[in-house]
Write a protein that binds this ligand. Structure first.
Ligand SMILES: NC(=O)c1ccc[n+]([C@@H]2O[C@H](COP(=O)([O-])OP(=O)(O)OC[C@H]3O[C@@H](n4cnc5c(N)ncnc54)[C@H](OP(=O)(O)O)[C@@H]3O)[C@@H](O)[C@H]2O)c1
Length: 335
């Protein structure tokens, strides 16, 4: 096809810290049936990739020579047989249903199934596109499709300064719901208010009982209709006291890996949320992409970019920054 047959690619041959990430030339096959070749313009980092590299993610890398990465933005360079919805030159974002060892997107070029890419609007630049897909899709799937959040509902978002949390504030606002945000860090209060949180509850060392009490006070005693929880652990049960009668918890992250008990204020609905269940169905992919792109096009969704590194060679530095937890928002590497 006249395309380059190798591309600079991040590979790792053993589990470990950022130093195990190497840049090597990897073969780029022609896209097969139902596949597309993407020229990557920017990558967005996720916590999942630090866990995968260290061997603590929910599935293990195949070593040696594992690839890495879910999220990128780029341009379609070629399409394989049977691909009818995409063509060379189309702008895309990657993410849905990627198996990182074989398909990781930390590379200058990558071949993916067409189901692993979604279209990126013309107005969305590469850096913004690399920071958008996973966070907004998770917030959309959990808050709208799973919890059925309605306009006027109060939504308590824990760990709200996370990538997903910041997106969830904007998603709640977009549908007319009222986001309340928690953080452990006083310094993040103003930023969360600026993003659209109605109230920010700084938990400090005081725990979930205080968060629940404060939530009830801020909602006139009623509590929230929906809790969107990133943390789990021993705080999960007392956090439930923040719910209005018959409320719903969507539990999507385990930033505190210790065991969690269900809330006691029954009747209560507790859902766990996993993105792949939504985005590996054609309908789920269509609805979540339409929601994301509508928000990106009209400026309602503004991904928070923490830091941009230039060049694949900076990948170790980018991972070190993620593990320092000093950033807020997404870390992006521009290719
Ligand atoms: N289910 C799904 O489909 C899905 C999809 C995407 C992500 N996730 C999960 O969602 C979680 C968040 O991911 P992310 O990439 O958005 O996070 P992130 O950007 O790494 O942010 C995490 C934030 O949460 C707070 N935090 C960290 N550890 C905590 C702890 N032990 N207790 C309380 N707060 C803590 C910190 O904020 P403060 O310092 O402000 O408190 C931190 O800035 C992860 O567990 C991830 O695996 C799940």
């Amino acid at each position: 096809m006249g395309m380059p047959t190798t591309a600079r690619t991040v590979l790792f041959h053993e589990l470990g810290g950022p130093e195990v990430l190497k840049i090597e030339d990897a073969e780029v096959p022609d896209p097969g049936v139902g596949e597309v070749l993407v020229r990557v313009e920017a990558l967005g980092l996720n916590r999942a990739e630090a866990l995968f590299r260290a061997g603590t993610y929910y599935y293990q890398p195949s070593l040696p020579a594992s690839r890495l990465g879910y999220e990128a933005s780029g341009v379609i360079e070629a399409v394989g047989e049977g691909v009818t919805e995409l063509a060379g030159g189309d702008l895309v974002m990657t993410g849905p249903g990627i198996e990182m060892s074989a398909q990781g997107v930390y590379a200058e070029r990558v071949v993916l199934p067409e189901t692993a890419v979604v279209r990126r609007p013309e107005s969305v630049d590469a850096v913004t596109g690399a920071a958008a897909w996973l966070t907004y899709t998770t917030a959309y799937g959990a808050l709208l499709e799973t919890a059925g959040t309605k306009p006027g509902d109060h939504v308590l978002i824990t760990g709200a300064s996370s990538g997903v949390g910041t997106a969830a504030i904007q998603v709640a606002r977009r549908i007319g719901a009222i986001p309340l945000a928690t953080t452990r860090t006083e310094a993040k209060r103003q930023q969360l208010l600026d993003l659209g949180a109605e109230h920010v509850i700084v938990s400090g060392g005081s725990g979930a009982e205080t968060v629940a009490k404060e939530t009830r006070r801020l909602t006139g005693g009623r509590g929230v209709e929906v809790i969107f929880d990133a943390i789990g652990g021993p705080a999960f049960r007392p956090l439930g006291d923040a719910l209005a009668e018959g409320g719903t918890v969507v539990w999507y992250g385990w930033l505190d890996p210790r065991p969690a008990e269900l809330p006691w204020n029954w009747p209560v609905t507790v859902h766990t949320y996993a993105n792949f269940a939504l985005i590996t169905t054609p309908g789920g992919r269509r609805r979540s992409t339409a929601f994301l792109n509508a928000g990106l096009r009209d400026g309602g969704f503004r991904p928070v970019i923490g830091e941009v590194f230039d060049g694949l060679d900076r990948i170790q530095d980018a991972h070190r920054l993620m593990e320092s937890n000093e950033h807020t928002g997404k870390i992006v590497v521009r290719i």
